[in-house]
Design a protein around this ligand. Structure first.
Ligand SMILES: *Cc1c(COP(=O)(O)O)cnc(C)c1O
Length: 423
């Protein structure tokens, strides 16, 4: 499918006059419409709720927007919990799905009344010690081990993943938790990320629904929800076929009616913890070509670098690039699109066919609304960019300012040593 930016070159040039590149731009309209489609796809399930994975795009404005569409938050760290609290999420609007969890994070999750999702059986003791008691509702994360296949394509190796409990452990955990007075239970599992197929969720649902029936029969536990977690992907490459969330919702409904309803569990709520699917296509990194270089290869040097978007450097991930204003020109030039880090993997694209790029051109790096800004770091003392939100009425709001050298130096305690430098 052809990838089109959600803004025009004229809009971007206008925005760039006020907010220098590089910056992230998010599309409120796209985010809202997609969240509504998700809710519609699962409207057959009375208790359905999406808990947005905060780590994907940890920005309060984005969280408030999703809250307004009925979403909760899924947190896995102290600051994500703090951000959720500050945005007004409370109690069971917060899912705490963490692993290797520091006790102080359980303490805050407990104080907020969040649903706590235990990654390991030994965390029961840690949780009880930290809170002094175990909450009435607890979720356990399951890892079936082995390999996970969809139509003969091996998708991933849960057996190699650090997350979750074995089948035996989750049964034991349920028994222990029941003895400790837990009344309501949930099951969670995350087997594969970025699946671009409509089959993943229905297959995962079948595994978890069957497990739920077994757990109920074996332990008598009152299972209230099943959390399908994240993992629905987006087509980063134009050749990929996007997921159809309506088909996915329908596939999960079918498994629900085949497995849970006959077992008398038709009141179980379905939860999701999507991050990428909720935001990735509705955010882009906007950067400007500032140099070109022709040596053994042809390079376009841009003003963003891997600290602004790590996925290409870290995973060799493909992100589509549009040279603004040249959408209809033929892609006749082969470029490496590079940032300025002293790291040869600081490239947003390698051997990418693009129209001829000139200094000053604006480049849109697509599908960076999730796991983009969020994975930023400060290598080479580079600073994180601003984040902007394009509202439905066309206005633009600064939702996080760019970092300044003062921010970078703020964690040194050198009594203002840097105050007069760089001026
Ligand atoms: C990362 C994560 C998610 C979100 O994953 P996406 O691939 O962005 O959908 C959800 N739940 C947990 C526990 C996670 O770690």
């Amino acid at each position: 499918m052809e990838k089109k930016p959600f803004v025009t070159k004229e809009q971007l040039e206008e925005i760039a006059r006020k907010h220098p590149t590089p910056f992230y731009l998010y599309d409120e309209k796209g985010i809202r419409e997609n969240a509504r489609r998700l809710n519609e796809a699962f409207a057959w399930n009375e208790g359905f709720k999406e808990y947005f994975a905060v780590k994907a795009t940890p920005n309060p404005f984005i969280l408030k927007l999703l809250q307004n569409e009925g979403c909760g938050t899924d947190c896995s760290s102290l600051t994500e919990l703090m951000m959720s609290e500050a945005c007004g999420f409370t109690g069971h609007e917060i899912m705490f799905s963490s692993n290797d969890t520091p006790p102080e994070e359980f303490a805050l999750a407990g104080r907020l009344g969040a649903v706590i999702n235990l990654d390991d059986i030994t965390h029961i003791e840690c949780l009880e010690k930290t809170l002094g008691t175990i909450p009435e509702t607890v979720c356990c994360r399951y890892n079936p081990g082995g390999v996970f296949k969809i139509s003969n394509n091996i998708m991933d190796n849960p057996g190699d993943a650090k997350y979750g409990m074995t089948g035996e452990q989750i049964r034991e955990a349920y028994r222990i938790l029941m003895e400790k007075g837990v009344k309501y239970f949930g099951i969670h599992s995350f087997l594969v990320s970025n699946t671009v197929t409509n089959e993943y969720y229905p297959m995962l649902a079948k595994i978890l629904f069957e497990l739920a029936v077994e757990l109920k029969n074996e332990t008598g536990a009152d299972i209230r929800f099943i959390n399908l977690s994240g993992g629905i992907g987006v087509p980063y490459h134009p050749d990929q076929e996007p997921n159809d969330i309506m088909v996915i919702g329908e596939g999960v409904r079918k498994a629900f009616e085949e497995i849970l309803v006959p077992a008398g569990m038709g009141n179980v709520a379905i939860f999701t913890e999507l991050g990428r699917f909720m935001l990735a296509p509705y955010g882009c990194l906007v950067t400007r070509a500032i140099h070109e270089k022709h040596t053994y290869k042809d390079y376009v040097g841009v003003d963003a670098c891997a600290v602004n978007l790590m996925r290409p450097a870290m995973y060799g991930a493909y992100h589509h690039i549009t040279v603004m204003g040249k959408e209809n020109e033929p892609c006749t030039h082969k470029y490496d699109v590079a940032g300025s880090l002293c790291e040869n993997n600081d490239k947003f694209a390698v051997d990418r066919m693009l129209p001829k790029v000139q200094k000053g051109d604006l480049l849109v790096i697509h599908d960076t609304g999730a796991h983009g800004f969020a994975m930023g770091y400060n290598y080479n003392g580079k600073l994180k960019s601003a984040e902007l939100l394009l509202h439905e009425d066309g206005s633009v709001e600064l939702i996080r300012r760019a970092e300044t050298p003062e921010d970078y130096f703020a964690t040194f305690d050198f009594c203002g040593m840097f105050q007069n430098t760089g001026k």
